[in-house]
Design a protein around this ligand. Sequence first.
Ligand code: HEM
Ligand code: HEM
Length: 181
Amino acid sequence: MKFRVTFHRVVAWWLGIFSILTILSGYAASRKWFTNREFMVDAHIVLKWSFVVLFLIHIIYTLAFVRIGKAIRRNPGKHKVRVVQGVSKWLVLAFGFLIILTGFSQYEWTGAVFHKWLPFWVHKVFDVGLTISIIVHTMAGVKIISKRNKIEKVWIDVLIWIVGIALMAGIIFLEVTMNLS
Ligand code: HEM
Ligand code: HEM
């Protein structure tokens, strides 16, 4: 396999791992899951840089090299998972930049400008949109891997649905029990 393709896949899956860590550390900080809240805030601030770097590499790579749009547009019924991956990628892109930019309202050096236009409550409300679109996008990635490796089994599809729905239900639960203060 070409180095370029391997690199792209490795970046995509590490991005998945750092998304989980960044999101979990964000919730751990805001929901005070641990007594040392400051540590979780610091962990979140550090982890998000790995997220941002991998996110940008993944976006630049897919915009520059991935050309799968035409085949999908010609026959969307045959490429349902690709359609899901394609739609979710735009949602991740939009929510991703919104969450990163609203994060900057927390810094002293950027806070004055960002607080006015992108207040921090947006970070705590629209994070659910980012998380759900990442889950959908990544679950589509898992399905594509199973196709690529010709291990298409019903139980794999069932597992993808169960894990996806359980993760989304968990995030929605966290959001509805949110304290905006
Ligand atoms: C946190 C955000 C994201 C995560 C965790 C993520 C993760 C993934 C994963 C795991 C795959 C499957 C890789 C594989 O086939 O082995 C993938 C594919 C893809 N992603 Fe993302 N992604 C994210 C954001 C985005 C964004 C913002 C875009 C838009 C530019 C995008 C565009 C794509 C495309 C076009 C593919 C298909 C590439 C291919 O089949 O070669 N992704 N992504
Ligand atoms: C400049 C970047 C960022 C900064 C400075 C930042 C800062 C913070 C801080 C301080 C909190 C805790 C809020 C509180 O306790 O009131 C938080 C929460 C959170 N952050 Fe970030 N963050 C950034 C980027 C990100 C990114 C890229 C993601 C997602 C991948 C993310 C996801 C979250 C989540 C899910 C929460 C929990 C919000 C809630 O309780 O609903 N953050 N962020």
